[in-house]
Design a protein around this ligand. Structure first.
Ligand code: NDP
Length: 452
């Protein structure tokens, strides 16, 4: 049977674009890609990239205060959101164009349209065109999940933050995950009065408990009104603002309410049922280690599969798919020991097991330090840095590393290489310190603070 394409990719985000480019440029495949919105996906258009630029923007307020204490004659004015937003969007346009150009250079045919599956080898586009393909890769990502509650539509999601005409004076952020905690810090840094409700006992569930506590207490000290064990009970419009009654009985009006209550895979109305693709309980596409669905010609990578929802993971899954399907080299991306960072202020970098996970698995030693870093201690700031290594008692391998500090994301990338190579605590310690840095503490923690 002949097909229009060797590969048809649905979705122009991180995973889909990487797979399309590699299949076309390295394996000589005839590739089509359909994207219904903007090339680049969540990461580039309404996620990692604009978020990180907002992290930078929001950090300058504190840095200007620090500069003054260091002796600089700086006078902080107000933040000009419209100026920043215009620059942000021209940068996103530039990046989107790069994605597009790179696909074209690789020889991929771009279809600016929505695609839905008709059967295991056929996609139908919103333009009315139909194409057949030997293989189909579904890489359509996810979307913010808004709780089903009366008046919930009055709230916004992270997608809307990058499009604000002006910054709100006050905001209530609901949720305690990555997006809620990052947005709380960013908007607080930009001068918005931030309240964050989290229904559980501590934000960032699933991460190392000590790191979570450290981040939360620093956020509170910085002036974020973090309310744990609290949820929205009732909400209604009050003019352009939103009146909220909280589960603790308190009432208040906020300019905006941001739902940061998780994300769901974009598997609705995609024709997956027609093609016979199996979905999991949360609506995610079920795939095996090679990202293959139970329909042999259909694969899926990235957030739509409900595995780790991280850009570099989607990229690696996309690359492994091309190795497997187009290069005859079956490759399964390992989801173990994936490092990451939460861009709260302070930042949190992590790799490997949390202390809680490790002590359930085996006997461990915990090395941990908390100190005032030189740069800010000098100007009498009270904030502290936390560094932690979790070590197997038996093998002395480092099982996990957790850093809460400025630039923790940069540090953890390096630590992750060693930990992935199976480094032991002794090998960390035999590495000479870089002085004076914060990261030198990672190789100078001599005695465990506890064993478990
Ligand atoms: P998360 O799953 O991280 O957090 C969702 C939060 O919302 C949790 O605190 C959850 O509470 C809470 N929640 C869920 N449902 C409700 C509800 N009905 N009412 C009240 N609270 C609720 O999702 P995010 O949207 O923050 O992030 C999605 C994914 O995107 C992340 O898992 C991550 O993979 C990725 N991401 C990565 C970033 C990075 O790498 N820096 C940055 C941003 C996103 P509970 O804990 O009780 O379930």
């Amino acid at each position: 049977m002949t097909f229009d394409y060797d590969l048809f990719v649905i979705g122009g985000g991180s995973g889909g674009v990487r797979a399309a480019r590699l299949a076309a440029s390295e394996a000589g495949a005839k590739v089509g890609l359909a994207e219904e919105y903007r090339m680049g996906g969540t990461c580039v258009i309404r996620g990692c990239v604009p978020k990180k630029l907002m992290v930078f923007a929001s950090g300058y307020r504190e840095l200007m205060g620090q500069a003054a204490d260091y002796g600089w004659d700086v006078k902080a004015g107000d933040f000009d959101w419209p100026k920043f937003r215009a620059h942000l969007h021209s940068e996103l346009d530039r990046l989107e164009q790069i994605y597009r150009t790179n696909l074209e250079k690789a020889g991929v045919t771009i279809h600016d349209a929505r695609a839905e599956l008709e059967d295991p080898h056929t996609v139908k586009l919103s333009t009315g065109e139909t194409f057949t393909a030997r293989h189909i890769l579904v890489a359509v990502g996810g979307h913010p999940d808004v709780p089903d509650r009366p008046n919930a539509e009055l709230g916004i999601t992270s997608n809307d933050v990058f499009l604000f005409d002006e910054l709100p004076k006050s905001i209530l952020i609901v949720g305690g995950g990555y997006i809620a905690s990052e947005m709380a810090c960013i908007l607080h840094g930009l001068g918005v009065e931030v309240t964050q409700f989290y229904r559980g006992a501590q934000i960032l569930r699933g991460f190392d408990d000590e790191a979570r506590g450290h981040i939360a207490s620093t956020m509170v000290e910085d002036g974020i009104n973090l309310r744990l064990g609290t949820d929205v009970l009732e909400m209604k419009a009050e003019g352009d603002a939103i009146w909220v009654k909280a589960s603790d009985g308190s009432e208040r009006v906020y300019d905006k309410l941001l739902w940061a209550t998780g994300r769901k895979p974009n598997t609705g109305n995609l024709g997956l049922d027609k093609a016979g693709v199996k979905l999991g309980r949360r609506g995610e596409i079920v795939v095996d280690q090679y990202s293959q669905t139970d329909v042999p010609s259909i694969y899926a990578v990235g957030d739509v599969t409900g595995r780790l929802q991280l850009t570099p993971v989607a990229i690696r899954e996309g690359a492994a798919f091309v190795e497997t399907v187009f290069k005859g080299n079956p490759t399964a991306f390992s989801h173990d020991l994936v490092p990451g960072a939460v861009f709260t202020q302070p930042e949190y970098g992590y790799v490997g097991m949390t202390e809680e996970e490790a002590r359930d698995a085996e006997a461990i030693e915990v090395y941990c330090t908390s100190f005032r870093p030189m740069q800010t201690a000098y100007i009498e700031r009270t904030e502290r840095v936390m560094m932690k290594l979790i070590v197997s008692k038996e093998t002395q391998k480092v099982l996990g590393c957790h850093i809460v500090a400025d630039h923790a994301g940069e540090m953890i990338q390096m630590a992750a290489i060693a930990i992935r190579m199976g480094a032991t605590k002794e090998q960390f310690d035999s590495t000479c310190a870089v002085h004076p840095t914060m990261a030198e503490e990672l190789v100078t923690m001599k005695t465990p603070v506890r064993t478990a």
